[in-house]
Design a protein around this ligand. Structure first.
Ligand code: M6R
Length: 609
């Protein structure tokens, strides 16, 4: 969850690369930050509690002139957010930044204390710097000391290390937490995520578990923990660095909400033939051949997309779908066999809960498919096949465009499965694909609600509780709307299946409880939801109705606010219905003055279980 960046190259560039890299990684963690730069063979360290700006203030009072350094932005696990617990942690002249959790740190700490090492923080990370120092003292080289240390460490880690003993190297090690190298001319980079280094290099190496990377200014090597060299492919990444910036929007979240028409189009394009009614996915045939059922898993917003995915797949391709939170499925005895296709959905592709659950299902015999947004991410590498969402980098912690692209992938996948099993005819295939191609334009129309939703948010931002209701395929959208509001505005919000309201939550309804009803027009579900509306009105609840269709205005007078979204094929309606809810959460957060892109306590990539 923390962000790591390291640079070795020219002295004039080091501070800038580290600071800019950390700025781009702040979404990974942001309760404290720090850098260590080797200057004339000495490690100079600067740390600060709170946001990166606090570190910058300190930096402006100091001068650094080293040609290599490492930086870190933290999301606390062990030890409160404070300067003392901020990384880098230093022992002797060795400085370490770390993302992950060291599971056996307490016993290592006890051993080190017995040897006389003094701990200056409450973190698990500090054992790393002391252990390396211990090896160095015994005469091992920097490389040997790092390898020796990580043979003793259990848990997850991505680390970058510099040492006064060999001040011309950065060493990186990874296990379970992401770490990449980026290669330049007479300079090299290490980082926990691509955006940190994108302005400087497109040549990226994704380190694998157990890799130790030794970076020098003009060369690099990768070994395993025993010192044997390993070869890793160099990938060329074509993400646009400008796309990683805010591009004129006040926040990444708003920018990413508005990028949804493009993101959805990019995810469809090149994968379908409208003429034949077919969908194409690389390497999928072997994975879906003979499957009897699907088990879909994810966390947070990605779990909500699995919920929608179930409706779409069962409806279009008639394959049974079961689902669970990735964090739960391992704690029961799921029935998994060779006839099971396990689908792991993850924007980042690095979520520890999802990765672990996927590996467990693989162990039990399932074939595995990842739906993810990040090329070569952990989950994509661990799966038998991958379908990428082409949303582009998502920086705001609240997931928006990744979600809608996941939904369109589920829709395309269901057509693919239906065609493969013969349950979807040519004609139906053509119609489904035509409907998909209408989505970018319909999303543009939905985004025109921006101003209207902004005004709505102004009216409602002082309420302290919200209830979100939906039914059928839009029940998950009620959950997603409530999650978005909670995440960015810190207002309590609950999402419920509308039919469940009378079984409990109705007790909460009074004039202080706005109820957001998500009900795009269809046959049966819409009418049933209207009864909920009357029940809420009878208890003086305030109703905001998100609906579609020409007749919507008939409801004026019966509700407090009506938000009319464009009509579309019902299976695709969640993609449109979620837009006003994303905007509503965004503007409420803006009015409340919260940190929209980096809400408190949250991180973009959750690499701890
Ligand atoms: O990267 P992932 O999709 O695996 O992340 C899963 C959740 O942590 C994520 O969706 C989280 O709920 C978001 N902050 C939602 O906005």
């Amino acid at each position: 969850m923390c962000g790591i960046v390291g640079y070795i190259g020219s002295a004039g560039k080091t501070v800038n690369v580290l600071v800019e890299g950390l700025r781009r990684l702040e979404y990974r963690g942001y309760d404290s930050s720090g850098i260590a730069i080797l200057e004339n063979g000495h490690a100079k360290v600067l740390k600060s509690e709170g946001k990166l700006d606090n570190l910058l203030k300190k930096l402006s009072l100091t001068s650094f002139n080293g040609s290599l350094g490492i930086g870190h932005t933290r999301w606390a696990t062990h030890g409160i957010a404070s300067e003392r617990n901020a990384h880098p942690h230093v022992s002797g002249g060795t400085a370490v930044v770390h993302n992950g959790i060291i599971e056996n740190y307490q016993e290592l700490k006890d051993e080190l204390k017995k040897k006389g090492y003094v701990f200056n923080s409450d973190t698990d990370t500090e054992v790393i710097s002391h252990l390396i120092e211990d090896f160095l003292k015994k005469g091992s080289s920097f490389e040997e000391s790092v390898r020796g240390t990580f043979k003793l460490i259990e848990g997850s880690y991505a680390v970058a290390i510099v040492s006064e003993r060999e001040p011309d190297k950065i060493i990186g090690v990874r296990r379970f937490s992401p770490l990449i190298l980026a290669l330049g001319e007479n300079e090299n980079f290490i980082a926990s995520d691509i955006p940190a280094v994108l302005p400087y290099s497109r040549k990226i190496i994704f380190l694998e578990d157990g890799d130790v990377a030794i970076l020098e200014r003009d060369r690099f090597r990768i070994t395993d923990l025993n010192g044997h060299e390993v070869k890793r492919e160099i990938f060329s990444i074509n993400w646009d660095p400008v796309a990683v910036e805010k591009g004129g929007y006040k926040h990444f979240m708003l920018k990413e909400i508005h990028e949804q028409p493009h993101a959805v189009l990019d995810t469809i394009r090149g994968r379908v033939s409208e003429e034949k009614g077919d969908v194409y996915f690389e390497d999928l045939e072997n994975v879906v051949n003979g499957i009897k059922r699907i088990v879909a898993i994810g966390c947070g917003t990605s779990y909500h997309s699995c919920l929608v995915g179930r409706y779409i797949i069962e409806n279009i391709s008639k394959v049974p779908v079961e689902l669970d939170f990735a964090s739960e499925i391992r704690y029961r005895e799921p029935i998994i066999d060779e006839g099971t296709l396990a689908i792991a959905v993850s924007q980042s592709g690095e979520t520890a809960d999802t990765s672990e659950a996927l590996l467990e299902m693989k162990k039990r015999g399932a074939r595995t498919l990842a739906i993810t947004n990040v090329p070569k991410s952990k989950i994509s590498r661990e799966s038998d096949a991958v379908i990428y969402t082409y949303a582009g980098p998502e920086i705001g912690v609240a997931s928006t465009k990744a979600f809608t692209t996941q939904l369109i992938v589920f829709y395309l996948l269901s057509i693919y499965l239906g065609r493969y099993t013969g349950r979807v005819s040519d004609q139906e295939g053509r119609r489904f694909i035509r409907d998909a191609f209408r989505m970018p334009q319909l999303l543009e129309m939905a985004l025109k609600l921006d101003q209207e939703i902004k005004e709505l948010a102004m009216e409602f931002y002082h309420y302290r509780n919200f209830l979100y209701l939906g039914r059928g395929i839009n029940y998950p959208i009620a959950l997603e709307g409530a999650l978005k509001l909670k995440e960015v505005s810190y207002i309590h919000a609950e999402g419920y299946a509308a039919g469940e309201m009378k079984h409990g939550p109705i007790a909460l309804v009074d004039e202080s409880m706005p109820v957001v009803i998500v009900a795009p027009r269809d046959g049966i579900v819409y009418k049933k939801i209207l009864s909920n509306l009357q029940e809420i009105r009878a208890r003086r609840g305030k109703v905001i109705l998100i609906t579609s269709g020409e007749e919507a205005h008939e409801l004026n007078g019966q509700i407090d606010r009506l938000i009319k979204i464009p009509d579309c094929a019902y299976m695709l309606s969640p993609i449109i219905a979620v837009v006003p809810l994303q905007l509503f959460a965004y503007y409420i957060a803006v009015y409340k003055g919260t940190d929209v892109d980096q809400p408190r306590n949250l991180a973009k990539v959750v690499t701890v279980e």
